[in-house]
Design a protein around this ligand. Structure first.
Ligand code: NAD
Length: 247
């Protein structure tokens, strides 16, 4: 897969799935812009990703988002790939126990944040017939007993339908929009659920393939979607989840 000459923007690229994505896109020839909230963490990440720069941005802040896209265009002159990856996971609580601020925070980052970046990126992706990948979750595909992260599930389900809406609308510009639904992946986000051996075994067994995933396994699927190998694929929703969602 050859991405040389392509400019890719990965939100939340300082760690986890976003970092692995930045790395694989770069290894395949793209120049990569990663964003994140923490300047030091971004700097460390860009040191490990060849041909990359980091731009500090809070996805909740429209001006930060505008700044990322305008700096990318200023520096590289084009945008070919947007990976809407940044996200947060809330404290596990039943719906009647969360307050509105907690609800809004998750939606602001996981849903409105993706809207903000996509809105700014579209005019540039129209010029390059570029590609967008939205990172949803198995939690957007189905309900899980005792999961109790409703705002998260709502944000991820919304991203699935937005993938289809955007794919349809911007197909006339040959922009492809696809979506990945990971199962449980070994990142900072899932650390609280993997503290003990019993927790780990439980999570492994939740997945029919017998283990949780690694960030690189999600990054490879993202790599496929943004490459020419997926040139006739748009509006697709791919579970990369060790089979979790088929149970
Ligand atoms: P992570 O916590 O390791 O990384 C999340 C990234 O998002 C970080 O770089 C963080 O800085 C960034 N981020 C969070 N809030 C932000 C904000 N306000 N502004 C800018 N950046 C912000 O998590 P991860 O597991 O790598 O998750 C990446 C994506 O994959 C998320 O959208 C997550 O919901 C999704 N996902 C993860 C899993 C999993 O099991 N890890 C499963 C399904 C979906």
């Amino acid at each position: 897969m050859n991405l040389s000459g392509k400019i890719a923007l990965v939100t939340g690229g300082s760690r986890g799935i976003g970092f692995s994505t930045g790395k694989i896109l770069s290894e395949n020839g793209a120049t990569v812009v990663i964003t994140g909230k923490d300047a030091k963490r971004l700097e460390k990440a860009t040191e490990k990703i060849p041909n990359s720069i980091g731009i500090v941005a809070d996805i909740r802040n429209t001006n930060d988002v505008k700044n990322v896209v305008s700096k990318t265009i200023e520096k590289f002159g084009r945008l070919d790939i947007l990976v809407n990856n940044a996200g947060i996971f809330p404290k596990i609580k039943k719906l009647h126990e969360i307050d509105e601020d907690e609800w809004n925070e998750v939606l602001d980052v996981n849903l409105t944040g993706q809207f903000r970046f996509t809105k700014e990126a579209i005019p540039h992706l129209q010029k390059t017939s570029g590609s967008i990948v939205n990172i949803s979750s198995d939690a957007g595909l189905k309900a899980y007993q005792g999961f109790n992260a409703d705002a998260y599930s709502a944000s991820k389900a919304a991203l699935i339908i937005l993938t289809k809406c955007w794919a349809l609308e911007y197909s006339k510009n040959k922009i492809r929009v696809n979506c990945i639904c990971p199962g449980v992946v070994d990142t900072d986000m899932t650390k609280p659920f993997l503290r003990t051996q019993t927790d780990k075994e439980f999570m492994d067994n939740e997945h029919p393939l017998g283990r949780i995933g690694q960030p690189g396994e999600i990054a490879k699927a993202i790599m496929y979607f943004v490459s020419d190998d997926a040139s006739w694929t748009t509006g697709a929703v791919l579970a990369v989840d060790g089979g979790e969602s088929i149970k």
